[in-house]
Write a protein that binds this ligand. Structure first.
Ligand code: ZN
Ligand code: ZN
Length: 229
């Protein structure tokens, strides 16, 4: 089981370098809770307070990733197309792989929120519930992007971001919201071909305005990211 000092290290890093809200939340967390409790709850996929989920993911995620398939296989989770084949965890995000990568499902890949393994998934199918009727799968792009795949609903975020930039230059030109009217969930999709320097797990964290927009439309993310969005 995870040593207490390892969780302690994440608390120290969060307190010294994290945003104020996070600092306040984690400052005394280990004094009031045994880390084994919130780590076990996270492994079981239970609903958790944001700070518990953050500490569990931040401390266990890199270990699972480093230990590889054997450790991931010991996790409790669902084994189907919508969950990670290694650990049974839910997808954090999806991305379109670069042309030429040897991947199934037309180059769309889901990235596991737990162990960061990835697997191919159909492009126009909801990773939350399996809905595949395109009329029920709205896509939200920023104004200024060229993405306009089947039945896309393109809504501008430019005026909402207040960046003081004239015109319609997109802030996140390679990221879009892929939502589902059936289960009311969404995730963010990163198009690697649109930005060769993209790092999906980092870009997904940075795209907070898109998360806020999706929430305003009444959708909730399949799995909140490390920062709780
Ligand atoms: Zn996984
Ligand atoms: Zn769905």
């Amino acid at each position: 089981m995870l040593p207490r000092w390892w969780c302690r290290a994440w608390v120290d890093v969060s307190v010294s370098a994290g945003p104020v809200k996070l600092r306040d939340a984690v400052a005394h967390r280990l004094e009031t809770t045994d880390p084994r409790d919130f780590v076990a709850a996270w492994i079981r996929g239970e609903d958790q307070a944001m700070v518990d989920r953050y500490l569990a993911r931040a401390s266990v995620g890199p270990i699972l990733e480093a230990l590889g398939p054997e450790a991931a296989a010991s996790c409790i989770g669902v084994r189907d197309q919508r969950h990670c084949p290694s650990c049974g965890g839910p997808p954090q995000l999806s991305y379109f792989a670069l042309p030429g990568e040897d991947l199934a499902a037309g180059g769309r890949v889901l990235l596991c929120a737990r162990c960061h393994d990835s697997w191919g998934y159909a492009r126009m199918t909801c990773p939350g519930c399996g809905e595949d009727a395109s009329s029920r799968l709205p896509i939200f792009n920023e104004e200024g992007t060229t993405s306009g795949e089947r039945g896309s609903v393109v809504r501008g975020l430019q005026g909402r971001l207040d960046l003081g930039v004239a015109g319609h230059k997109a802030v996140f030109p390679n990221i879009r919201i892929e939502a589902c009217d059936t289960c009311r969930h969404y995730l963010l999709n990163i198009d690697l071909a649109a930005d060769l320097a993209a790092v999906p797990v980092v870009d997904e964290l940075a795209a907070l305005p898109l998360d806020l927009y999706a929430r305003e439309q009444g959708f909730s993310k399949i799995t909140p990211n490390l920062m709780g969005f």
